[in-house]
Design a protein around this ligand. Structure first.
Ligand code: HEC
Length: 247
């Protein structure tokens, strides 16, 4: 599914390096010094992480290309991180215009203006870089799915999707008592999610929702362990799953 535009676009910017040979703007590695990388990382987690892998941001989305892989080769080929900054900002503002149900669909202008530059700067500074973010960047985004266990009450269990759009529910561990159970998963993010439950003969799946919708299922559970997860392609693999323990 990796589309050809990246290479084409890089060739486009490469012309800049040639024309301006000897001038630093096209050659140095200095990604925008005015950028707010913390704001950029936060926005990346909210708006981009559900569709892209970016190791430094712990992003595990698979709908779009793996950004570390996509740019590793460009870096090897000698393109500077400032060039990548330009490519990323361009992609944010002007992704390929394809129908929303196409696998190559990326929504345009998820961030704009200064924030688009901040996101592009963050991506360009960390993409394909080994290790982990340090200092304030390390704690800019709350670990998704790191929430405390949630218990069902009166036959109802609330399992909202991570409101920041990460591939996670607010918890990976839930408990309930045997009997009728309704699971409600509100999704405040703009990336679609649902809630599904499987195990012990149960196999139920709620509606796919986004932008504040709630996906619900009604099941009968008995003592044992069940898996809850999101059925949207790539989301379970990306970490959107957990365990429901009934006892
Ligand atoms: C709904 C899923 C989705 C979201 C959200 C999303 N992207 Fe994408 N992205 C894609 C897809 C699919 C492609 C491949 C199609 C294309 O290149 O236009 C892509 C391509 C890209 C590319 C080009 C990579 C290459 O190999 O050419 C970059 C850079 C990128 N996205 C960055 C971002 C950033 C930054 C955000 C957040 C502002 C974001 N994406 C949000 C799905 C998404």
């Amino acid at each position: 599914m990796t589309p050809p535009p990246l290479r084409t676009r890089l060739l486009g910017v490469a012309a800049c390096a040639v024309l301006a040979a000897g001038l630093s703007a096209c050659e140095n590695d200095n990604v925008d010094p005015n950028a707010d990388l913390i704001a950029g990382k936060k926005a990346f987690a909210q708006k981009c992480a559900a569709c892209h892998v970016l190791a430094r941001a712990e992003a595990k989305g698979v709908q779009g290309p793996n950004l570390d892989e996509a740019f590793r080769q460009s870096l090897k080929d000698g393109f500077g991180r400032d060039t990548i900054h330009g490519v990323v900002e361009d992609q944010i503002l002007y992704p390929a215009r394809v129908p929303q149900d196409s696998p190559a669909y990326m929504p345009a202008k998820l961030v704009t203006g200064k924030l688009a530059k901040d996101v592009a700067s963050y991506v360009a500074s960390v993409v394909a870089r080994p290790g982990k973010d340090a200092g304030k960047l390390a704690t800019a985004v709350q670990a998704a799915g790191g929430g405390k266990p949630v218990a069902a009450k009166d036959g109802k269990l609330a399992l909202p999707a991570d409101p920041n759009g990460q591939l996670a529910y607010i918890t990976k561990e839930a408990t309930a008592e045997p009997g009728a159970l309704q699971i409600d998963s509100e999704n405040a993010a703009s990336i679609p999610h649902d809630i599904a439950l499987e195990g012990n003969g149960v196999n139920a799946k709620g509606e796919t929702v986004q932008d504040g919708g709630t996906s619900s299922i009604k099941v009968d559970v008995k003592a044992g362990e069940y898996a809850f997860y999101c059925t949207v392609a790539g989301h379970r693999e990306g970490g959107m799953e957990g365990t429901l323990t009934v006892k």
